[in-house]
Design a protein around this ligand. Sequence first.
Ligand code: F6P
Length: 359
Amino acid sequence: MSNKKRIGILTSGGDCAGLNAVIRSVVNAASLKGWEVYGIKFGTDGLTNRPLQYEILTPENFSDSPWPRLSGSYLGSLNSGVKLESMEELSKRFGEGARELELEALVVIGGDGSMNIVSNYCHKAGIKMVGIPKTIDNDTPITDSSVGFATAAQVCCEALDSLILTARSHNRALILEVMGRDAGHLAMHSALAGMADVCLVPEIPYKIDSIIAKLKAIKASGRNHALIVVSEGVKREDGEHVSASTNKIGETVYGGIGQYLSAELNKRYKEFQTRVTTLGHVQRSGHPLAFDRILATMFGAKAIELLDAGLTNRMVVWKNNHIADYDIDDVVKEGTTLLNPHSDYVKAARACGMYVGEE
Ligand code: F6P
């Protein structure tokens, strides 16, 4: 056995832009301290499956490689959730796996759900853990931004820039359905940047009649086209979720609200034809923006600083333009961070004349 400190790193949950920049940063900072880094494959699966799946990572892996600049996860990730009844067995296997690899600590790049599950595993296994928030939904508590969000918003904004051109050619109201689960951050940022006319988010109730009133006003102003952004977590007017399917553990997979909206608008207002674009998983794989790469690099460096100071169960955050860290239990207690209907984002959208739901 080597007497060097050995840590693991894994990516958990849906992938996004900037994950590989985090991995590079952690590996480089750890290596400067003389530590070994084991990259765990496919999230916690790499430690709970047998044989164990991992790869020893060194700065050389990334110094002459395109990976740090790319989206996706070099290590692979796991986005299937965990059934409660499987928790105990998985936690046991995780602990055995971590002990077999002689990991002293683990850096977990994930969303709030992953922070909760993996911090419990680590606690039981007696290994230290630091979390790094990433998600295109930007719904991880306390941090102002998670790795991957800015790039996803850019992908949506570019989609709107494309859609406006064809909308104009064909007198259409084009609907863009974006991801975000129950949080409207991605939809609101996309609509603001892409200058949409309507933005529907799960946090604010809406009326189809009000959307039609907005379209009529656009028509009356002499404009023959419009852009509508809808977040996948928005419910139908009757309060029911539109959902395409369920995942492996039975959670609802959202999708389809754009089609519902299109059908309703076509039924009730004939002046604009509607069509729907569902962006789907391209939102997770945009070319990482500078902001996400920088955040990733600062988060990775901070994670190693915390582990070097012997701290555990911390999540690094970006708060008021500074890197800080919080107890993961406090992060988990906060639950998912939703879009504040009274935020400056919503105010600015309304001030521009965007319909963002009922006031
Ligand atoms: O949490 C990230 C996210 O992209 C959500 O916005 C979306 O609802 C979900 O993951 C999609 O998950 P999957 O990759 O399992 O389809």
